[in-house]
Design a binder for this molecule. Sequence first.
Ligand SMILES: C[S@@+](CC[C@H](N)C(=O)[O-])C[C@H]1O[C@@H](n2cnc3c(N)ncnc32)[C@H](O)[C@@H]1O
Length: 284
Amino acid sequence: MQNKQSKNAGNRGDRLKHAILLEILDYTIQNNIWSYRESHAGAGYYDLNEHSMELLNFLSTNEKNNLQGVGQLYGQILKQWWIKNTKTYPGSIALASEILYRNSKSLDKIDIRATEVDIEAFTRLYSLKSEFNLGLKNESFDTNLDWLCEGSSMVFLIDPFFYDINVKMQSGGFGREQLINIFKNLSIKKAAVLIIFTSYIERSHKKTYEDLKMDISNHLPPKSVARHFITTRKKNGKTYYWISVIGFGDGVKIVKGLHSDWNKSWLASKEINTLIKEVNEIYQ
Ligand SMILES: C[S@@+](CC[C@H](N)C(=O)[O-])C[C@H]1O[C@@H](n2cnc3c(N)ncnc32)[C@H](O)[C@@H]1O
């Protein structure tokens, strides 16, 4: 499984997910939120491949390029990562840890917790502990929701292999029951931002994202907001990467404030070509 993840690390889906994640963390840090959670943490970092090499080459050969706007922090943190780790691409938890540690004056405020079931991925993930103080469990997220949702405010990333309404947990997916449980937990927080990332292949999986969109809309608690972002893998648009960002309590203004001017991002430049369309449907 780790091989498959390594093969895809840094692809368009990761660029969308990691750029939005860092933008959200930038806002939440400004709002004094230092807790980060992940239900499907992955291996923490991945060997370089064609996708991440493309990013590395772009960022190192365009020293003076303008990293303004959406994706600015993603570019900066990648550059910083590649000064010290020349052979790997950072996963979501490494990127989140980097930005939290870089910005905190008091390290004991930072509270990062994650679950990851796969032992091979977990072993690599665990090696990040020498650099960052991470709470990690090699267990399924659904049996650890109380632990993951502890605290008054947080950013929570759900990054499963797919969404399926009636999913079986062993399959690596995420389903309606889990979505409702997480909504229940986060709706009582002072501030929370939930990020759900999925991909789908147009012909076979279209229904899964439509189901997710519908389920989010049907179960969204009062005083929350959802925005959706999307990018395609091929120019002819066969594979889609889909990210839903949901704000609860004071997290609502963070989600509403997210940039949407993707065309000006370095990610949309010719070499990187990750043009991100914002679908921008908001429910309250
Ligand atoms: C798409 S990867 C995560 C990638 C990671 N978030 C990143 O961006 O670097 C999904 C991960 O979820 C793990 N996983 C699958 N089912 C799980 C479960 N029930 N609980 C926790 N982790 C799970 C898989 O082993 C896999 O490593």
